[in-house]
Design a protein around this ligand. Structure first.
Ligand SMILES: [Zn+2]
Length: 152
């Protein structure tokens, strides 16, 4: 199951990708009709804050709130996340991340990171590199909190 988010949902998009969901994001040059035909052609579920737009496409999830935590709750009330998929996708570009053992990773990382971590998460599409620092823990904690507050 793959998703497409409208341009009002950038923050939600990044959080959903961190949970491992595939979410494409609307570029500003796409108008409503183009968005709908793109979603239809690619069998994508549309996430949108535009009620009228959601009514024009049956596979839509209308998201009323402008608060990303509430948006996540609406989403996961409809599509259950799986913790094994957390950090499997690049939050910036939506590509799947590959896990590379540190000893064979050739790219640059800041001082101390190479010694501290045994592996990196590498995006072969945009080149971004992630590692399991405190940022990972706070993201994981925030997601678990939001999930636990969501009524199934
Ligand atoms: Zn990327």
């Amino acid at each position: 199951m793959k998703f497409f988010a409208d341009s009002m949902l950038g923050k939600l998009t990044r959080w959903l990708r961190l949970m491992g969901f595939s979410v494409e994001y609307a570029t500003p040059d796409k108008n409503d009709t183009e968005i709908l035909s793109y979603c239809r052609q690619n069998s994508l579920i549309l996430l949108t804050r535009d009620r009228e737009l959601s009514q024009r496409y049956k596979d839509s999830l209308y998201i009323k709130s402008d608060d990303y935590r509430d948006q996540i709750k609406v989403f996961i009330g409809n599509h259950e996340p799986s913790e094994e998929l957390f950090f499997s996708r690049c939050p910036l570009c939506n590509s799947e991340l590959e896990i590379i053992p540190m000893e064979i990773f050739k790219g640059d990382v800041p001082d101390g990171i190479r010694e501290k971590y045994t592996r990196v998460f590498h995006c072969s599409n945009c080149g971004k590199v992630y590692w399991e620092g405190s940022h990972f823990d706070s993201i994981r904690k925030a997601l678990k909190e939001i999930i636990s507050e969501t009524v199934p």
